[in-house]
Design a binder for this molecule. Structure first.
Ligand code: TYD
Length: 218
């Protein structure tokens, strides 16, 4: 069968979930499949995605100064990285008709800073609305796994944990819970995938979602 996609319009897909949910593996598979349909795919991530964003990422994940980063500063740093990313990378790519796959975006701030840190959701949302300037994803894939599975997968990675990975299980529970809340708040945009399944089964869920939401004939 001739596989096709509407190439006149760029699409913005963000990937979300707890650590160890498997979204980065799926991002690579998704990119290959979309490219086979003839679209140009820009794969990017947050925090990061621009030189300034990568510097902010380093500050946020490893806090090299040893100074405590306040919750408010954390929200603003993530949002600053996002504003750079939207203006310099994401919006220009979409305007050229490219597809953007972003590994974490605004919902990570809502889940980690509002959910995990306990900052009021409205405040985190307000700062991010400013940073996004209307550039919301067309679809957000939420790779939902239990916190137990996420923590096991994190432990299996064996690498040095970063500032977020080192947080207690209760922090990750609150993050996971907030993803559930966001899924209810943004019903049209956020699609829940069962990420406890095998890589192949999760990929099948991703493809079904992209067919339904962004018209990709996968
Ligand atoms: P990363 O190594 O990219 O994590 P993962 O492989 O799980 O995607 O680290 C990014 C960390 O930053 C991750 O723990 C989630 C956190 N984060 C926030 O707290 N708020 C945000 O807005 C973003 C984008 C990430």
């Amino acid at each position: 069968m001739d596989k096709s996609v509407n190439k006149s319009k760029g699409r913005f897909i963000s990937l979300e979930g707890c650590e160890g949910c498997g979204k980065s593996t799926q991002a690579v598979l998704m990119k290959t499949q979309l490219e086979a349909l003839g679209v140009t795919v820009i794969m990017t991530r947050e925090p990061g995605g621009t030189p300034t964003g990568e510097m902010i990422r380093d500050m946020l994940q490893h806090h090299a100064t040893g100074e405590n980063i306040t919750p408010a500063a954390e929200v603003l740093l993530f949002a600053a990285s996002r504003a750079q990313h939207v203006t310099n990378v994401i919006r220009p790519a979409l305007e050229q008709g490219h597809w953007v796959i972003c590994d974490r975006f605004v919902d990570s701030s809502l889940a980690y800073q509002a959910g995990g840190r306990g900052i009021p959701l409205e405040q985190v949302l307000a700062v991010n609305e400013y940073a996004l300037d209307g550039c919301w994803p067309d679809v957000t894939l939420w790779f939902d796994v239990t916190v137990e599975t996420a923590l096991e997968r994190m432990a299996d990675r064996g690498a040095h944990p970063d500032r977020f990975e080192s947080e207690a299980g209760s922090f990750h529970q609150k993050v996971a819970q907030m993803y559930g809340v966001l899924h209810k708040c943004f019903k049209d945009r956020i699609v829940r995938l069962d990420a406890s399944q095998s890589i192949e089964d999760i990929a099948a869920q991703v493809n079904a979602c992209l067919r339904a939401k962004v018209g990709a004939d996968l």
